[in-house]
Design a protein around this ligand. Structure first.
Ligand code: FE2
Length: 217
C-alpha cells in the first residue's frame, strides 16, 4: 500500500457522515466508532504502518454508514428478519461503499478505505456477502474488519440478543477460525487481547466521535 497523505478534510467529512448515522441510529454510530478504534489496534498488532492503521481505522468508522439507507422497519425490527428483509439489510455494505466513493474520487486515502468497507461481510469460506469471495481473494482490510466487527456485535446487547461474555466470544472466534475468519488474523487478535483492554492515546476516530458527542450534548 503506497503511503499517501490523509486529507486535512478527512475528519470533517467523516464526522459529517457519522453525524447523520447518529441522528438515525445511535447504536450503529457507536458501533462504527468502536470498530474504527479496534480496527486500528488490530492493524497495529498485525504490523501495519501508521498510514495503513489509519486506513483500517477509517474503514472501520465507515463500514456500516450505509445503514442510513436501510428502512427503519428493518433496521430496528426487534425480531428475526424475513429473507426479503435480510436481502435489503445486506445492501448496507454496498451503500456504505457508495457513500465513501464520493470522498474517494479526489482522495487516494479514501480509495484505500473502500475494500475494507465493501467486503466486510465476506467470509473466509466463501459463504459471506455480497460477492461470496473466498480466502485471500477477500481484501486483507476486510478480513481484519470482519473479526473486529463480529467481536463488537457479540459483546453488545441488542433487543434480540444478550451480549456474550468475553470467554464465549473467544470460544466463538476459535470455532469460526478458518471458516468465517482468516485464522491468522484470529490468532493475532487472541494473542493481543490483553493489550486491547489498555487505554491508549486518542486516535483520529475518537477525536471525531468526541466532537460529535459534544455537539449533540
Ligand atoms: Fe455491516
Amino acid at each position: 500500500m503506497a503511503s499517501e497523505k490523509i486529507p486535512d478534510w478527512a475528519t470533517d467529512a467523516v464526522g459529517a457522515i457519522l453525524n447523520s448515522v447518529n441522528l438515525k441510529d445511535p447504536f450503529t454510530f457507536h458501533h462504527c466508532c468502536r470498530v474504527g478504534r479496534a480496527s486500528r489496534k488490530l492493524a497495529k498488532v498485525l504490523g501495519m504502518n501508521d498510514f495503513e492503521q489509519s486506513v483500517l481505522e477509517y474503514s472501520g468508522l465507515l463500514h456500516d454508514v450505509g445503514k442510513v439507507v436501510t428502512p427503519e422497519s428493518i433496521l430496528f425490527k426487534p425480531g428475526r428478519l424475513t429473507d426479503d428483509e435480510m436481502t435489503i439489510m445486506k445492501d448496507h455494505a454496498a451503500h456504505s461503499a457508495k457513500i465513501v466513493e464520493a470522498l474517494a474520487k479526489d482522495s487516494v486515502f479514501f480509495r484505500f478505505t473502500l475494500p475494507g468497507i465493501r467486503y466486510h461481510h465476506e467470509r473466509f469460506d466463501g459463504n459471506g456477502y455480497p460477492f461470496q469471495l473466498k480466502g485471500e481473494r477477500i481484501p486483507y482490510a476486510a478480513r481484519v474488519i470482519a473479526v473486529v466487527d463480529t467481536v463488537d456485535a457479540m459483546t453488545n446487547t441488542r433487543p434480540y440478543r444478550q451480549a456474550l461474555t468475553m470467554d464465549a466470544v473467544i470460544a466463538e472466534l476459535k470455532r469460526c477460525s478458518g471458516t468465517q475468519f482468516d485464522s491468522n488474523i484470529v490468532r493475532a487478535y487472541l494473542d493481543a487481547l490483553p493489550q486491547f483492554e489498555n487505554q491508549e492515546d486518542p486516535v483520529a476516530g475518537e477525536i471525531i466521535v468526541s466532537r460529535i458527542l459534544e455537539s449533540a450534548a
